[in-house]
Design a protein around this ligand. Structure first.
Ligand code: CP
Length: 307
């Protein structure tokens, strides 16, 4: 594996290998005194973020530091991008400074793949437009595997704005490759019409969807969708597609709840689910475990590509 631009086309062996490597890192991360071998000592990793981020950016930074690498932070608003410099010129200039790898977040779908063709350094996609967010899907799958002991045969429903979600797209590719059953659930205006061709169930009733599923991956509702004509109103969305306390209390079975963050409280997910204080019904929320797992997974990705 030279780059990680997406999970589309990655086989189950490669994905399982990354998750196995991450498992070792997770054990160390949560130990009383974590100690990692500095296998990336003297490597310089450029974190090139053209979009805002909390979880992805900080966890890549921690992952790199845990492995002994140094990081170079880049934010578009304080760079020469503001003077009109292109993405490819930015990358070529950083490469000329002998950067060893790029972690790229960009609003343009396909930007990570594009960059991987103009640099000889490894490129990791940290989210490109509505295309893919492979390390988020890897950490979601890691969380599922850690909880259930397997991914194969699990029923996972992805809830919300699947159409515009890079997290959903990467999870669909990854989960199907690993043998999970996948459904998408949301208003028809926010579901990709070609879902069934990919082998994904298309559901519009959330109560039935969570009755079917072992785990629900709840997506952040991109709030501008309400004004964009995709939704009648946020309140209506919450009633029909929010993981509300009432909905989870009605569900008389275990449901593992995942969300990539950031969350819209009381729109797609209730406070009690998000905060894990007296979670309603038999639900179990994994939101902060996902964040911890993100560090381990990103360590595994950087080590695999660079060590
Ligand atoms: N899940 C995720 O990508 O979060 P950030 O945008 O904060 O990185």
């Amino acid at each position: 594996m030279q780059h990680l631009t997406g999970l589309c086309g990655l086989d189950s062996g490669t994905i399982a290998g990354l998750l196995d490597t991450a498992e070792g890192f997770k054990k160390e991360l949560v130990s009383a005194s974590p100690s990692f071998s500095p296998s990336l000592r003297d490597r310089r990793i450029a974190l090139v973020f053209f979009e805002n981020s909390t979880r992805t950016r900080f966890s890549f930074e921690l992952a790199a530091r845990n492995l002994g690498a140094s990081t170079l932070g880049f934010s578009a608003s304080t760079s020469s991008v503001t003077k009109g410099e292109t993405l490819s010129d930015t990358i070529k200039n950083l490469e000329a400074m002998q950067v060893d790898a790029f972690v790229l977040r960009h609003s343009a779908s396909g930007s990570a793949e594009f960059i991987s063709r103009i640099t000889r350094r490894p490129v990791v996609n940290a989210g490109d437009g509505s295309n893919e967010h492979p390390t988020q899907a890897l950490l979601d799958m890691f969380t599922l595997r850690e909880h259930f002991g397997r991914i194969e045969g699990l029923r996972v429903v992805i809830v919300g704005d699947v159409l515009h979600s890079r997290v959903a797209r990467s999870n669909i590719h990854g989960l199907l490759a690993m043998g999970a059953e996948v459904a998408v659930c949301g208003p028809v205006t926010l579901l990709p019409p070609d879902s069934e061709k990919m082998g994904v169930r298309l559901l519009t009733d959330l109560d039935r969807a969570i009755e079917w599923a072992d785990a629900a991956l709840v997506l952040r509702l991109q709030l501008e969708r309400a004004s964009g004509g995709y939704l009648p109103s946020l309140q209506e969305y919450s009633v029909h597609y929010g993981l509300t306390d009432e909905r989870l209390e009605r569900l008389k079975k275990n449901l593992l709840v995942l969300h990539p963050g950031p969350i819209n409280r009381e729109i797609e997910i209730s406070n009690r689910v998000a905060d894990r204080i007296q979670p309603p019904g038999y639900s179990k929320s994994m939101l902060l475990e996902q964040v911890t797992n993100g560090v381990a997974v990103r360590m595994a990705v950087l080590k695999t590509l660079l060590a």
